[in-house]
Write a protein that binds this ligand. Structure first.
Ligand code: DGL
Length: 285
């Protein structure tokens, strides 16, 4: 059973007559979605956000579609209880494996990162590399999305299973991370890619390492930038863009809140207030 938290009274301050004041729900397995949150702060500074990190169950990228679907449904049910006006899957793995299925199941719009990322990639290059989690790479979601938009480009996808654990352990500047990044990029450099898509929201955290290994002419595409632009458009179309000052961002994780507070500080530059939630409870309540 979901138990109310200290944040509830605060967040339920908006009334159904003022849907523009309702929060946007953003979720990822862990700190990856913070790259999307940072874009929201930049592009949509008036929006109130609820950020979910399913840290007890990460990494998502080695999970089956059945597991991902279950986790995503639990999180979206919980977000529904928090009365979000829109949700962003700040997670490529969920966007690849679950978005098309769950979109029909909820009464608020749900945006994924893959289509906005694919659209941006075809505008930038012809020889497109995608680095992603094993589940996203295996799903072929990026290749399909890119080729559907533009059929005369080439796409190579590389699965990078070690990146998410290294990022979550904050081993960005560990020489081992550079070494493994070299291995993952090698086949893409061999194909002389002109564009590289971050096919996992965790990977922009590795940008100093990846940039140092790529020729300067290779363009890096961060789908976070484009999913937030799509979100802004959607809010305009629906007439629910917030014009009032936002509430402080609420952070809810399934794992250890203290650990998330620490990594949150590193990526956000302020100390987030983090609560622990059992998302599975949302479905039965
Ligand atoms: N950041 C997520 C993604 O974009 C999930 C990574 C993971 O947990 O494996 O796929």
């Amino acid at each position: 059973m979901y138990s109310p938290s200290i944040f509830d009274s605060h967040f339920h301050a908006f009334s159904p007559q003022e849907p523009q004041r309702a929060p946007i729900g953003v979720f990822d397995s862990g700190v990856g979605g913070l790259t999307v949150l940072r874009q929201l702060y930049q592009q949509l500074p008036n929006e109130s956000i609820i950020y979910v990190g399913d840290t007890a169950r990460l990494p998502y990228g080695i999970r089956s579609q059945t597991e991902i679907l279950q986790f995503v449904r639990e999180i979206l049910h919980w977000m529904h209880q928090q009365r979000v006006k829109m949700a962003i899957m700040a997670c490529n793995t969920s966007s690849a494996l679950a978005l098309d299925i769950v979109r029909q199941e909820f009464d608020f719009p749900i945006l994924g990162v893959i289509l906005p990322g694919a659209k941006a990639a075809v505008q930038q290059g012809q020889r497109i590399g995608v680095i992603a989690t094993p589940a996203t790479a295996q799903s072929n979601a990026y290749r399909q999305a890119i080729l559907e938009i533009k059929s005369n480009v080439q796409v190579w996808q590389v699965s990078c299973p070690e990146f998410v654990p290294l990022i979550e352990q904050n081993r960005i500047h560990d020489p081992y991370t550079t070494q493994i990044a070299k291995t993952y990029l090698e086949p893409l450099l061999h194909q002389e890619i002109d564009t590289l898509v971050y096919g996992c929201t965790h990977y922009p955290h590795l940008s100093p390492v990846l940039r140092s290994l790529l020729p300067t002419q290779v363009k890096l595409i961060d789908p976070a930038v484009y999913v937030v632009a799509a979100c802004s458009q959607e809010l305009d179309i629906l007439g629910i863009k917030n014009t009032h000052p936002p509430m402080p961002t609420r952070f809810a994780v399934s794992g250890c809140p203290q650990q998330f507070t620490q990594s949150g500080f590193q990526w956000l530059g302020y100390t987030p207030m983090v609560e622990q939630v059992c998302f599975a409870d949302a479905v039965v309540s």
